[in-house]
Design a protein around this ligand. Structure first.
Ligand SMILES: NC(=O)c1ccc[n+]([C@@H]2O[C@H](COP(=O)([O-])OP(=O)(O)OC[C@H]3O[C@@H](n4cnc5c(N)ncnc54)[C@H](OP(=O)(O)O)[C@@H]3O)[C@@H](O)[C@H]2O)c1
Length: 111
């Protein structure tokens, strides 16, 4: 049987690392790019990482994220924009080219 391939974002630590290890134990080949390879704050980094994928992805775990807590009046616009980019726009940008056209790609969104 063909080995499944998973892309797990934010797998350097925390939940993403645990998910990546769990998938590996199940025989899945895991792509776990470090931030230097896939920086979700950078559209060009996302596009070039995805364009460089050699095989289609069977499982996408959109895990990377930031959780900045604080009073709204104390958060500056830049912090809010980065949160929206990493937690909302980047995952959507990763989903589009990663999904198979037949709807077979399994996507997990840690939100
Ligand atoms: N922990 C919870 O209780 C909880 C609850 C609900 C939802 N979540 C969500 O679940 C996900 C994982 O949570 P966690 O607690 O395991 O988080 P974490 O320990 O803070 O790890 C976050 C991961 O995201 C990566 N990341 C952050 N910004 C990035 C960027 N610009 N580009 C690429 N990667 C980036 C980090 O990479 P670096 O190592 O390079 O920083 C790290 O691997 C997050 O999306 C979080 O919001 C967590």
């Amino acid at each position: 049987m063909k080995q499944k391939i998973a892309l797990v974002t934010g797998a350097s630590r925390g939940i993403g690392l645990a998910v990546a290890e769990c998938l590996k134990k199940q025989g899945v080949k895991v792509l776990a790019p470090a931030r230097q390879e896939l920086d979700l704050l950078s559209e060009s980094s996302i596009d070039s990482y995805l364009a460089g994928l050699k095989q289609p992805v069977d499982i996408l775990v959109n895990n990377a994220g930031v959780n900045i807590l604080g009073c709204l009046e104390e958060l500056d616009d830049k912090v809010i924009e980065e949160m929206v980019q990493i937690d909302l726009l980047a995952p959507l940008r990763v989903v589009r080219p990663t999904c198979s056209r037949d709807g077979e790609t399994k996507i997990r969104q840690n939100r």
